[in-house]
Design a protein around this ligand. Sequence first.
Ligand code: SAH
Length: 511
Amino acid sequence: MSRGDYAPHDAGPRPGVAYLVGAGPGDRGLMTARALELIAGADAILYDRLIPAGALDGAREDAELIYVGKAPGRVAMEQEETERRMVEIAREGRSVVRLKGGDPFVFGRGGEEAETLEAAGVPFEVVPGVTAGIAASAYAGIPVTHRDDASAVAFVTGHEDPGKESSAIDWPALASFPGTLVLYMGVRNLPRISERLIASGRDPDEPAAAIQRGTWPDQRAVVATAATLPDAVAEAGLGAPAILLFGPVAARRERIGWLERRPLHGRRVVVTRARAQASSLAAVLTGLGAEVVELPAIRIEPRIDSAEVAAMVENIHSYALVCLTSPNGAELLMRALAERGLDARALAAATIAAIGPGTARRLRELGLIADIVPPRSIAESLVESLREVEVDGRPVLIARAAEARDVLPEALAERGAKVDVVPLYETVREPASEDEIEAIAGADYVTFTSSSTVRFFLETVGESFPARARVVSIGPVTSETARELGLDVAVEAEQHDPDGLVAALLADAAL
Ligand code: SAH
C-alpha cells in the first residue's frame, strides 16, 4: 500500500488531544487503520468492554490502559468519572484515546463526551468505527438496504421498555417506516418490541432477524418473522449483545449468508508455533473461518554471540556450500554476519541450499537466492538434492538450531565434506498462563510445525490436551515425535511447510 502525497494522518496522536475512537463490532480486522495508528501511539487509553480481542495489542509498553467498561459484577467507572479522567489526562499534556465498541457516535455516548471535551477546552478528534448494526447484519448475510426491498434503514434503541407510559420512541412511526429497522440493546425487550411494532401496524409476517455477537468467532443468528422472532430467539437462547432487524432483507440471509460457508467455520484450531511465526499461520486459518487459539509452545533464543559463531563468520568466505534448515537459521546467519560488518556478499562464492520454500523465501527477503531447494522439506530430501554438489574435501556450513537431527551433517561427512555444524539458536519452551491453557479446551485441531512444538506443547498443557482434537502434523519427523509421545496423528501435510499444513487441514475438515 502506498500512501498518497496528502496524508494528514501520517502522525500518531498529538499531546494534549483526546480521540474518540470506534473499535468496530468485534472482529479485529474491522478496526480502522486510523484506530490502530492512534492506539499504537497513545499515552493513555480508556477502553470499553465490547472492544475486539487484542485491540490493545499494539499499544505502547508504557501506555496507561484504563478499563472503564461496565461488566456484570465488576465495579467500573461511571460516565462522569470517565469523562473527568479524559479531560485530566489531556490537560496533563498527554494524548488520550477513548476506545469504544462499534462507532462512538452510534449509541455510544460519544456525543456527550465530545461536548464535555469542548466545554473543558480540550481539543479532540472523532474516529468513526464500523457500527454493529451494519457489521453484524453483513456478517449474517443481511444487506441492510437492497434495491428491491429496502431503500432506507433506521437505527433504533431498543433499550427503552416499550411498555413505558411516556415512550421517547414513536412506535407507530417506526412501524410505518419504509425500510429496515435495526434495533440496538433490544434483545431483552424483544417480546414487547415485537408486540408493539405489530400492534402499531408492522406486518407480523415480515422477515426479522436477531444476531448475537456479530463478527465475533461465536456469532449466532436466527431468522424468523416479526411475530415469531421472540420465540425463535428464546429457543436458540440468544442474548446480549445482539442486534434485532425487521425488514424483508432479513430473508436474504438464506442465500447471502456467507460466514458459515467458510471452509473452517466453527472449528477451533490451536497454533503452537513460536509467537514470532505463529501469526501468519493464525491469520491464514482465521481467514478461512477458523477460531484460532494461539498457544506458542516454543520460543527462539538466538545464540549468535558464541565463539563458534564468531569462528564461522571469520571463515565465511571459505565455505563451498552453506545449508540453511529453517527461516530462523537464515535470518540469524545474516544477523550474525551483519553484526560483524558483513553482508550477503560474504556468501558470494558459496552454493546455498535451503531445506524448503519457507527458508528459501526468507533468504530471498534477505537478498539471497537459494541454489538448491529439495522437493520435500526434510533432511533426507535435501541430502538427495545435494548429490550434484561437489563437496569432497571442501568446507561446508550447516547453520541451524542447537538441537537437530544429524542426517544432513552425517551424509555430507560421508561424502568427504569438512562439515561445520554451527548452532545459531536454541528452541526453548514458552510457558503459558492458566487462561491460555483453558482456551484450548474443546479444540477441533491442534497443529504442530516441528518436533519441538510437540514436545514442549505436551509439557506445557499436560492433562489439558483437548481430548477430541485431531492432531495435524507438518511432516513425517514431527508425526513420529507426536506418536512417540502418545498422540494419534490424524493429518500429515504432504507438503512440509505451513501452506501444506493448511491444505491438509482443509482437506480433513471437508471430509
Ligand atoms: N457504539 C456501538 C453500540 C453500543 S450500544 C456501535 O456502534 O456498534 C451496545 C449495543 O450494540 C448492544 O446492546 C448490541 O445491541 C449492539 N452490539 C454491539 N456489538 C455487537 C455485536 N458484535 N453484535 C451484535 N450487536 C452488537
